[in-house]
Ligand binder design. Structure first.
Ligand code: ME8
Length: 523
């Protein structure tokens, strides 16, 4: 299974794509970074040393055009726009360890060093490019990939219009890497996830690779090609390099480089898989650098059934989203609703249903019922359990079995299945409450009631610990209410059951319900 070899305490390096700063961040960008944040938080919870990188992609024609359209110098424009992504990280409580900008000196140095290495290795030659280019995708297309639009223009498969470009250009000998890439995919079957995407990558490479144009001369906003300042580096070669810049490249002896490279996971959307799974490993192998361990391409979000676009007017503002539903709720929804890897649709109805059912009713009520009963019936202290019965043992065993499931599901980026595994135990715990009826035991068998409430409180504690990577706030509040110290909130604490006698706070619900405005008005 992918990543299974990492289940010890090996360091973990995870990256998001670096986002173009031509526009404001939207739900799609947030989704990718959220997925990485959950993995980073989970790996830290699992006591691994984590390096979680995100940032912004600031060069190229697309960004230059957006700056000009705003009447701004590209550098001033990117400073402002990159700030939007940076601020969003804080609002969504993303726990990235670094935020890289491709206009930073450390990055220019790394990208130029990689270029020189490719040149030294004979992987680059000067020629000229005559062909199609889509500024929106920052990608070159072959004639046979294009479709004719009704307006007579040619369009890339992504829907982006293409322009004919003729200019002197350096080329990377990508065609020479075809067989070595195919060997690489064969010997690293987990390199691309999910499985279906891997097959796409392999067929693309099998269909034949052309040498890749890696410099441009018709505009200036990019990293100068070493020794030939008339050229700027192709923005994708520049951008991909960010993943090694951040760990210290070109200093391959840097502690961070030795510790974290090759990256464990590059998380990307399906639109940019080819760049990450074909060009990037080829560039790296050609420069004598080890390729990353895995690239996962997730699916695409639509909004209320339609492509998210400014012209449709259904762009989902990530700030509005968390104002409306709450951060934990939206984070849970995005990773639970859609099997990770598939496309998904954001709808208000589905969001509210998850928020009210899974969170408020199932987990929220469980925690609130259990902690209230403990507070009320056990003098506000964790009760002393008596002898455990088979039903208690199996309840506790179900909770204990969650961690290994999370490890294996998250090693293959199956967030929905990881959450399902947690909520199976939530469901079991709710049934256990109903079957044991501790409120009835209060009158008939207080000692038994105490055992049942101990088991339940212990299960709630375990569930709170394990949901923290997905939701940074509510589970922590539950652990606060249970008097759990900060140092007792990671996997090591799962083996140390609650201490009888520990005082708990008067519980307060941590998962509010969403109440529709119409209903509010009517009441
Ligand atoms: O491609 N649904 O940047 P970008 C899901 N700078 N994910 C979405 C999405 C949607 N509707 N829209 C965007 C670039 N994304 C390059 C990357 S990396 C070396 C350089 C997410 O700003 C998804 O992760 O266009 C997608 O791959 C990424 O944003 C594209 O961001």
């Amino acid at each position: 299974m992918a990543g299974a070899e990492n289940l010890g305490k090996a360091p973990y390096y995870i990256t998001t794509p670096i986002y173009y700063v031509n526009d404001k961040p939207h739900i799609g960008h947030v989704y990718t970074t959220l997925a990485c944040d959950v993995l980073a938080r989970f790996m830290r919870l699992d006591r691994r040393e984590v390096f979680f990188l995100t940032g912004t992609d600031e060069h190229g024609q697309k960004v230059e055009r957006s700056a000009l359209a705003q009447g701004m110098e590209p550098q001033a424009f990117t400073d402002v726009m990159s700030g939007n992504f940076h601020d969003l990280s804080a609002a969504w409580q993303f726990s990235n360890d670094d935020f890289i900008r491709t206009t930073e000196a450390r990055h220019v140095k790394a990208a130029q060093a990689l270029w020189r290495k490719l040149q030294e290795n004979g992987e680059i030659y000067l020629s000229s490019y005559a062909g199609w280019y889509a500024v929106r995708d920052e990608a070159f297309y072959a004639e046979d990939e294009l479709a004719q639009g009704e307006d007579g223009r040619k369009y890339a498969p992504s829907g982006a219009p293409v322009d004919w470009v003729e200019e002197p250009s350096y080329f990377f000998r990508l065609s020479a890497w075809q067989d070595r890439l195919l060997d690489f995919y064969r010997t690293n079957p987990d390199f691309v996830g999910p499985e279906g995407r891997r097959n796409e990558v392999v067929s693309f490479v099998k269909s034949g690779l052309r040498d890749l144009s890696i410099s441009r001369t018709t505009f200036k906003w990019g990293i100068p090609v070493p020794g030939d300042p008339d050229h700027v580096m192709y923005v994708w070669l520049d951008a991909l390099t960010n993943y090694i810049t951040a760990v210290g490249y070109p200093d391959e002896n840097a502690e961070s480089y030795r510790k974290f490279w090759p990256a464990d996971l590059h998380m990307v959307g399906k639109d940019i898989l080819r760049f990450h799974a074909v060009y990037w490993p080829a560039f790296l192998m050609a420069a004598g650098v080890e390729p990353p361990k895995r690239v996962f391409a997730h699916g695409w979000w639509t909004s209320e059934g339609q492509k998210i676009s400014k012209s449709v007017g259904n762009v989902i503002d990530p700030y509005e989203l968390i104002d409306t539903y709450g951060l934990d709720q939206v984070r849970y929804f995005l990773l639970r609703e859609v099997p990770f890897g598939n496309d998904g649709d954001f709808s208000h109805r589905a969001m509210v249903s998850r928020m009210n059912n899974d969170l408020a009713n199932d987990f929220g009520n469980l925690a609130q019922r259990v902690l209230s009963m403990v507070h009320k019936n056990c003098d506000g202290r964790i009760p002393e359990p008596g002898r455990l019965m088979a039903s208690d043992e199996s309840m506790l065993a179900a909770a204990t079995a969650v961690l290994p499931k999370l490890r294996s599901e998250l090693a293959v980026q199956a967030f929905h299945r990881a959450l399902e595994a947690i909520w199976t135990v939530v469901g079991q715990a709710n049934r256990y409450v109903d079957e044991m009826a501790p409120w009835a035991l209060r009158k008939t068998d207080k000692a038994r009631m105490e055992t049942v409430l101990f088991v339940l409180a212990e299960v709630v504690r375990q569930l709170a610990i394990l949901t923290q990577p997905f939701m940074p706030n509510a589970p922590a509040k539950l652990l606060d209410q249970m008097g759990q110290p900060q140092e007792a909130r990671d996997v090591a604490a799962l083996d140390q059951p609650l201490e009888p006698g520990r005082a708990i706070e008067r519980p307060q619900g941590v998962f509010p319900r969403y109440v529709e405005e119409a209903k509010q008005d009517a009441s």
